[in-house]
Write a protein that binds this ligand. Sequence first.
Ligand SMILES: Nc1ncnc2c1ncn2[C@@H]1O[C@H](COP(=O)(O)OP(=O)(O)O)[C@@H](O)[C@H]1O
Ligand SMILES: [Mg+2]
Length: 275
Amino acid sequence: MIGQRKAILQVNSITKDFVRRGFTSRAQTVMRAVNNVSLQLFANQTYALVGESGSGKSTTGRIICALERPTSGTVVFNDENYTDFSDHLLRQKIRGNIQMVLQDPFSSLNPRKTIEHAVLEALEIQKIGKNHSERLDAVVDMIERVGLSSGMINRYPHQFSGGQLQRVNIARALVVRPKILILDESVSALDVSVQAQVLNLLQDLKQEFSLSYLFITHDLSVVRFIADRVGVLRKGELVEEGTVDEIFDHPQTDYTQNLLSSIPIPNPEHRQLAF
Ligand SMILES: Nc1ncnc2c1ncn2[C@@H]1O[C@H](COP(=O)(O)OP(=O)(O)O)[C@@H](O)[C@H]1O
Ligand SMILES: [Mg+2]
């Protein structure tokens, strides 16, 4: 079935090298963070990219988000190769379509600016909305849609809990109406019960806004609940890929088996918890 459907995003054999220079010598060492990774994301699906710390998950996410360029390989959104797009073209064609939510809820919010400002700014950067009042309506709408109340928009980040702040970050990402959301460990820092609430919210939003998710995590306990397909990264290489059931029920490598065996909560319980 997947073969007949068209991918909304194609990642074709991307490699990313980071060059490190020594402090004292001119010697350079090349660190290959991502090695020949290919994957496809289908409309309305969730692809979980998993792997231990340092395996290249975030670098892959940042390349897809066009925050980083690959050393080789291409990234294609809706049949358009945007690998070498200028900043102008990226802003015009990609930034509004591919958005990212990071792990640390505080990191992408300015502590001195209100929540209203943070979400509004996303619309202003993308030049969405006819005027201020139309943009403000969209902000209030989205703030409510992520489960916060409109009365909160004049508050500052420190007045929110971690879970509430991730809702703000999700609102800020979604207010520009992207097609793809990259969630880089977005629930990993939250308590398990809060995690479940945010995961449920993400499932609802995916339906409502016809989104596709790239769900990046080192924690496989949430993957079975949220993903359609899973890709397993090890030292920058995609060592295994398949449906959630294939990966969870018939892992092909010891590495994947080890990742699975470190899941703290049995899956059926987690399913209950998440619903
Ligand atoms: N900007 C950078 N400069 C140098 N090395 C980097 C940079 N970003 C990531 N790396 C290295 O690339 C590897 C993969 O990192 P990352 O993609 O962050 O992995 P993950 O998200 O799976 O933990 C790591 O060894 C990391 O140290
Ligand atoms: Mg990471």
